[in-house]
Design a protein around this ligand. Structure first.
Ligand code: SF4
Length: 289
């Protein structure tokens, strides 16, 4: 059996920066330190941060989560936050550390710019995901969240200026389908596809690796949107079976039966160590099998 690692895979610049900033905060803070939601969507990195002394406020609704914090430092996650959350944190007198990824920041800036110029904004994203909540929160009356083509058909926007933008970690191909549906309904809409480069590169790489393999394993946590999208695009674009595994213990030996080659990728928030473990585990099977 051959192991085919997808390249690139794993950590993106946004995750690396967020983790560095969080470790620095712990080293310098005097009082309690909180992360408002999962700093990055990976269970292992979250445990590492909790061991450093950072308390997780486990709430996708950041405003509700912030109500629990009375003092100290609050870290905003790489997924970004709405202005209402930032204002509440300031009003409570909390020290704020914002690790929002620069790619997410640029979507926020685009929404603010377009709404100020009189546009209605159609935001393609995942309902309930913290990144989508933060972006819609920039202008809740002017930003319309759509997740799929059915949502597009249900839109009732009546405006001459419409802009379209997206969550950073979506499937490139599913998003293209939704954007086509939006253009069919609103031909004048201007489109700003904000799927980040790290997501695009990892999706193209997993498809290329999957094309050479019989099975695809993506190392990542079930919370991780970009990891789940890697599984979906590999399956949808190549027809090969693909599974999300958090570590070697999730690998079902039945999946490997009859496989000549296994492609391995990992989400943007997956520690390299875990992916290396999975690759070594598969290579050991190659030797023993
Ligand atoms: Fe930033 Fe993209 Fe990484 Fe999200 S996946 S943290 S948007 S680089």
């Amino acid at each position: 059996m051959k192991v085919i690692p997808a390249n690139p895979r794993g950590y993106c610049h946004g995750v690396v920066t967020a983790m560095r900033m969080a470790r620095e905060v712990v080293a310098q803070a005097n009082g309690p330190v909180y992360m408002l939601g999962y700093l990055v969507h990976n269970e292992h990195l979250t445990s590492e941060l909790e061991e450093l002394g950072i308390t997780l406020i486990d709430a996708d609704d950041r405003l509700a989560g912030l109500e629990e914090v009375r003092e100290g430092t609050v870290i905003f996650t790489a997924h970004g936050i709405s202005p209402a959350v930032r204002e509440l944190a300031r009003a409570k007198g909390l020290d704020c550390v914002d690790t929002t990824c620069s790619d997410v920041d640029s979507t926020h800036a685009l929404i603010v710019e377009k709404v100020a110029a009189g546009f209605q904004v159609i935001y393609v994203g995942r309902r309930g995901h913290p990144e989508a909540l933060g972006c819609v929160g920039e202008a809740p009356d002017a930003v319309h969240l759509v997740q799929d083509v059915d949502d597009v058909q249900a839109l009732t926007i009546n405006a001459s200026k419409i802009a379209v933008t997206t969550q950073t970690t979506l499937s490139v191909w599913d998003t293209a389908t939704v954007i086509r549906a939006i253009k069919a309904r609103y031909p004048e809409a201007e489109v700003h596809n904000e799927i980040c480069l790290a997501t695009q590169d990892r999706q193209e790489a997993v498809i290329a690796a999957a094309a050479e393999a019989d099975l695809v394993l993506v190392v990542g946590s079930s919370r991780s949107s970009n990891s789940r999208r890697l599984v979906e695009v590999a399956e949808q674009r190549t027809g090969k079976p693909a599974y999300l595994v958090d570590s070697t213990t999730d690998i079902n030996p039945e999946w490997l039966r009859g496989c000549a080659a296994v492609a391995v990728s990992s989400g943007a928030s997956t520690p390299s160590l875990l992916t290396r473990d999975v690759i070594r585990h598969l290579e050991a099977l190659l030797v023993t099998g």
